[in-house]
Design a protein around this ligand. Structure first.
Ligand code: NAD
Length: 504
């Protein structure tokens, strides 16, 4: 019996989605919780793409000249509407992506946080002033809106990633065309309803500031190929990034790529093991291992490795696995059967490579029928094999040992991905070395903080096969604008730069 769940029909109705909008279409949306059919959605015909893109282009012409703090007002209202809808949208994230209730709500909180951030940012789209080498001249840098932004998102953060992009794109003056995952289109439609409520209160925004595309990869491909969409922000697998990036580069568009992660924790001999165990369990099994920042590799000093594995096995044995909407559950379902099969195949490969696997079996007792529930696995590996270097989007924690800190950092960096990383140590030299130029090569590097679960104030993203994009806080807003260098001559002379003479 669920302790805290509303029916999905009530949740959808509360979010303003009517039965008529959710039936009769070709895209079947099922819940990872128990496989129930949530909706049959009409898909966006590919033939509609030119008019959708044209609507965004025309919205851009109007929106780019609205003062940025006024654009920020729309995002302030969006933040208010998200606060009002938090419980329902969080519940829908749980129904559609299978997250536990607290993580569904956390995802919506992240949306509220980025709205707050973007409202402030709307008054801080600063450029530099630059010293000119010519007398009577002034130089400066101005930031202008870039144009419509295509946002392609993955199933595992079905709404937060949209908000990271959209809150910033809109305050920067850019309309958004959103292609959510075909596995999670309902949360996207719910966000559109919430956005429409903010628009109605705002009053005079142009039409087409945020448009949602319902369907598969073809719609994403059309966005990537369109010259009228100068910025493509794409979150998902490296396979998807490899397909999208060359298409955008071919037309000299800009990409913000947020792709695979294979995140590690180094645990040094001085580490607080109690803290490390808590951080490992949350980072490795939270969201059933389906975060891009999930902990996948534990690199433990040989003096603490066995004790750590013993403690982890004990913690894993008591993990409540089951219905993500029931009170107390910590591990919900994987997104679908393919994900379960990928986990089983990865564990088989790890065994074949000499690994010792604890856990990892399918759970069928005490969980809703129709969902894919897997016991999180710990795989103690003899070396960093091909399987360890591959992201499997499931709760598998590979454990490796090390003797010297240099060896640990080399192992941490010796994978194709470069998203998130951390070290648990009380040794200042190790901590600082990990953060130094010769340390972690990832976009995110933490000390005594797990790799999973970032705050929106920092720039989020990673290097190598993670794609190099940055979203969310810090100066990530610059990716949604074009930079212009201006030189103003207020003298009565016309000197040339570098002292060039060209008298006529
Ligand atoms: P996916 O790559 O299968 O799909 C992601 C999105 O890309 C979907 O909307 C899909 O329709 C679209 N798509 C797929 N092929 C495309 C193509 N050729 N052209 C245009 N669009 C295309 O990923 P997924 O299974 O939904 O999500 C899991 C993956 O996402 C994991 O690898 C995870 O690490 C990654 N991820 C990364 C981040 C990050 O910030 N780095 C965040 C969340 C998820």
């Amino acid at each position: 019996m669920k302790d805290n769940a509303m029916s999905h029909e009530t949740t959808l109705a509360n979010l303003g989605l009517s039965a008529a909008e959710l039936t009769g279409g070709t895209l079947k949306v099922t819940s990872p919780i128990d496989g129930r059919l949530l909706a049959e959605l009409p898909e966006t015909p590919a033939s509609d793409m030119p008019s959708i893109i044209a609507r965004a282009a025309s919205a851009f012409k109007a929106w780019r000249v609205v003062p940025a703090p006024r654009r920020g007002e729309l995002i302030r209202l969006l933040g208010e509407e998200l606060r009002a809808a938090k419980d329902d949208l969080g519940a829908l994230v749980s129904w559609e992506a299978g997250k536990i209730t607290s993580e569904g709500l956390g995802e919506v909180q992240e949306m509220i946080d980025i709205c707050d951030f973007a409202v402030g940012q709307s008054r801080q789209l600063y450029g530099l002033t630059i010293a000119s080498e010519r007398p009577g001249h002034r130089m400066m840098e101005t930031w202008h809106p870039a144009g419509p932004v295509g946002v392609i998102t993955a199933f595992n953060f079905p709404v937060a990633v949209w908000s990271w992009n959209t809150a910033l794109a809109l305050i920067c003056g850019d309309p958004v065309i959103w292609k959510p995952s075909e596995k999670t289109p309902l949360t996207a439609l719910a966000c559109q309803k919430i956005f429409e409520r903010a628009l109605a209160r705002f009053g005079d925004a142009p039409e087409g500031l945020n448009q949602v595309l319902i369907g598969g990869a073809d719609l994403g491909r059309a966005l990537a190929a369109s010259e009228e969409v100068p910025v493509i922000s794409a979150t998902g697998s490296t396979r998807m990034g490899r397909a999208v990036a060359p298409v955008v580069a071919e037309r000299f568009g800009k990409c913000i790529l947020e792709l695979c992660g294979n995140n590690a924790m180094i645990v040094g001999p001085s580490a607080d093991l109690e803290m490390a165990v808590r951080a490992i369990v949350f980072s490795a099994v939270g969201t059933a291992g389906q975060r891009c920042t999930s902990l996948r590799r534990l690199i433990a000093h040989t003096s603490v490795k066995d004790e750590l594995v013993a403690r982890l096995k004990k913690a894993y044995a008591g993990l409540p696995i089951g219905d993500p909407q029931a009170d107390g559950t910590l591990v919900g379902p994987l997104v679908d059967e393919d994900a379960g099969e990928a986990m089983t195949a990865a564990l088989e490969a790890a065994r074949a490579e000499g690994g010792t696997v604890h856990g990892g079996a399918r759970v069928t007792e005490g969980v809703p029928a129709g969902g894919v529930y897997m016991a999180p696995a710990i795989a103690v590996m003899p070396a960093q094999t091909g399987t360890v270097k591959t992201e499997t989007f499931a709760p598998i924690l590979y454990v490796l040992g090390y003797d010297s800190f240099e060896e640990a950092v080399a192992l941490q960096n010796d994978v194709p991905q470069g998203l998130s990383s951390c070290v648990f140590t009380l040794n200042m030299r190790e901590a600082e070395a990990f953060l130094s130029a010769a340390g972690s090569d990832c976009g995110i590097a933490n000390v005594n903080v797990g790799p999973s679960g970032a705050e929106i104030g920092g720039a989020f993203g990673g290097e190598k096969e993670t794609g190099g994009g940055r979203e969310s806080g810090s100066d990530a807003w610059k990716a949604y604008m074009r930079r212009q260098t201006n030189t103003v001559n207020y003298s009565a002379e016309l000197p040339l730069a570098q002292g060039v003479k060209f008298d006529i």
